[in-house]
Design a protein around this ligand. Sequence first.
Ligand code: NDP
Length: 365
Amino acid sequence: MAETDRRTIIAGIGAGLVAAAANGACAAPRDRKIGYAVVGLGGYAELIMSKFAECDNARLTALVSGTPAKLERFGTQYKIPASHRYSYANFDSIRDNPDVDVVYVILPNSMHAEYTVRAARAGKHVMCEKPMAVSTAECQTMIDACRAAGRKLMIGYRSRFEPHNRLAIEMARNGFVGPTRIITSEHGFNAQPNQWRLDRALAGGGSLMDIGIYSLNAVRYLTGEEPVEVSAMESTDRSDPRFGTVEDRISFLMRFPSGIESTCVSSYSSNHNAYRVIGTKGWIGLEPATGYDGHKMFVHRDGRTEQQSVPAGKKQHAGQLDHFAECIINDTQPLVPGEEGLADLRVIEAIYRSAREGRRVQVGA
Ligand code: NDP
């Protein structure tokens, strides 16, 4: 492909992304922003709460916590009145608060299902963190509860709102480096001891549930396909006190209907954050790929590797919060609804089964 053609395609995709971001900025005139209650005031919730300042259509209106000191601290910081601060015990009374449209569940994984169902029953839309839950059965219960209540459900897959990832999706699905053949995707970090992530009862699993899910989810969004078959291998040093109940590393291969294959890494004892889409004519690589910031894209074509500049758009956290608000304002389906979380859990269950039984497993079988 000639250099001008290459630039034109990327500029075209980039312009499309910028236009899409601009279109979403404010869809319908409203007298107020969509109000969010954040449930579970831990590390990620603290980051999320700081991002409402960048939003056009979303605002923080309530807090839910089991720690009174946090309610006091964050309530003061974000000017949330005492009437809008809840404990887990009186959480259900949030139904009477008209300033709360959305409940954003940012609790340990095994608590996602309970608080999503309770929020839906209280008449609220739900944003739930990844992994959606600890089993496909729980995911289905959450979807059913939101549907029965006539409320929307979205999963916190923030990378879908991150400009580098959005451009990579466009390029991969449009065959910019030829039809995709292989995707490699690696995610991992060194897990600190003594935290709920290392307790199966709260986490539902180990690195795969927490960080390896990014390897899986990226391959699904880069291909736009669902894997049909997986093969996995787990490596866990059970003498390491961190890994008494959950896995450390789990590597998995996936095969897709079009013939695309992927090879993925998930780790709690080494640092990784990258993926590469390899087509018949080159590759598109992101590293870091799915972090909070600092993303870099590289494109290899015609024997040359170049760093690709990516048009700046709305940042991923504000993009995610505003997107769900706009879905509520316009009554449209979220980009990453509950079914997306369920699809990941379906593959995760197949991966665990493959590793446990030492054989290839059909997804959903
Ligand atoms: P933290 O441990 O930092 O916070 C979890 C909070 O949940 C606690 O601070 C506590 O808040 C509340 N909680 C209630 N019951 C328990 C319990 N039994 N044990 C521990 N905490 C409890 O976790 P994170 O914020 O890192 O993760 C929370 C969720 O967010 C997870 O599902 C995780 O996967 C997801 N996450 C997503 C990220 C993303 O980029 N999308 C990044 C990081 C996490 P309180 O004291 O207020 O009750």
